[in-house]
Design a protein. Structure first.
Length: 343
């Protein structure tokens, strides 16, 4: 397999161009074609000598990801089944909201963490995505919208901190001012609680948003929903979050999927408020969406409202997430599973 040109930093591309006996300024021209014009053929790089284009084509792949299937309509959340160079596939979700365009990208082909209500974990883990493939997902969203996304969330297939180096490389490429220039504060990394990733991210000096999938205020319930809790127990994860917040001065978002009779009682809302009181935290409550293989039921709307009121009374900033976005997101992984079943 050729390497992906979208996985290179600008200085790395400059070094490659010099190796090809071309002047360094060509790298900036190529970068412009890749990220401002977002071209899809080498021939479209019109101001590059033919010989240089041929050398690049011999060494690099220009299409890191392809849209195999797009579901949904322009005004609502759309899901793309993304084909990769080796025949694997992942999913991404495009979430428009007024002028805001958010793309939810995948970081791995499959996932090792097997959270109970997540389709992505059910088909097992295959491999990490390369940085260029993650950049490719964002470019596919830009192609569908005809403009670059304003926000990126890593909440698709995979655990981003289990593919730390490729994810951070992709983020630095996407954040580059001469590239797509997507601000770090507009990029959210969502983790199921992989402590070494939280600790490393605290040292990066990037203003990224961190989101933690919590889903329960006690270790027994969390362990039932999220097997990762055995490896990284709740108390240790929250200590890592506290250290992260102190180091970065950033607010952390806690994702909490409400499951009827499992984690939605008034006592659990009070426990959650107590647990998060020492942290700069906001809570996203997510209505459970049906996922094959998980028998849990969604919390009734009145119970959800009561849950949120308890948090608010305790001074915790909480929102009930838009059901359209959460519906399509929670089912993330199902297109891929369907495809695996038919190939
Ligand atoms: S929620 Fe995230 S970490 Fe858990 S199985 Fe799904 S993709 Fe993996």
């Amino acid at each position: 397999m050729k390497s992906l040109i979208h996985g290179l930093f600008l200085d790395e591309l400059t070094a490659v161009i010099r190796e090809m006996d071309a002047p360094a300024f060509r790298a900036k021209q190529i970068w412009h074609w890749l990220y401002e014009q977002r071209i899809t053929t080498w021939d479209a790089m019109k101001n590059l000598p033919t010989e240089l284009r041929a050398k690049l084509a011999e060494r690099f792949e220009l299409t890191p990801a392809r849209a195999l299937e797009i579901t949904g309509t322009e005004d609502e959340a759309r899901k793309i089944l993304v084909g990769l160079g080796d025949g694997e596939c992942v999913e991404e979700v495009l979430l428009p909201s007024g002028d805001r365009r958010t793309v939810c990208v995948s970081s791995q082909v499959g996932c090792k963490f097997a959270c109970a209500f997540c389709a992505s974990g059910q088909a097992g883990y295959k491999r990490n995505l390369l940085a260029g493939e993650i950049v490719g997902e964002v470019l596919l969203a830009a192609a569908v919208w005809g403009d670059r996304p304003g926000n990126i969330v890593f909440m698709g297939v995979g655990e981003p901190f289990d593919n730390y180096d490729n994810v951070l490389r992709a983020i630095r490429i996407l954040n580059h001012p001469d590239g797509l220039g997507i601000g770090a504060r507009r990029i959210t990394l969502s983790t199921c609680g992989v402590i070494p990733g939280i600790q490393r991210l605290a040292e990066e000096g990037l203003q990224l948003e961190l989101s933690l999938s919590l889903h329960a205020p006690d270790t027994a319930t969390r362990g039932q929903l999220m097997p990762v809790n055995r490896r990284y127990p709740l108390a240790d994860v929250l200590a890592a979050c506290k250290a992260y917040a102190e180091k970065t001065k950033r607010i952390i978002t806690f994702e909490y999927t409400l499951v009827r009779g499992v984690n939605d009682s008034p006592a659990q809302a009070e426990d959650l408020a107590r647990l998060l009181a020492p942290l700069p935290a906001r809570v996203n409550l997510i209505p459970l969406s049906p996922v094959e293989g998980f028998e849990g039921e969604p919390t009734p709307p009145e119970t959800a409202r009561q849950f949120i009121r308890t948090l608010e009374r305790a001074g915790i900033n909480a929102t009930l997430r838009d059901s359209q976005g959460s519906r399509i997101k929670a089912a993330c992984g199902q297109l891929r599973i369907r495809r695996l079943a038919t190939t």
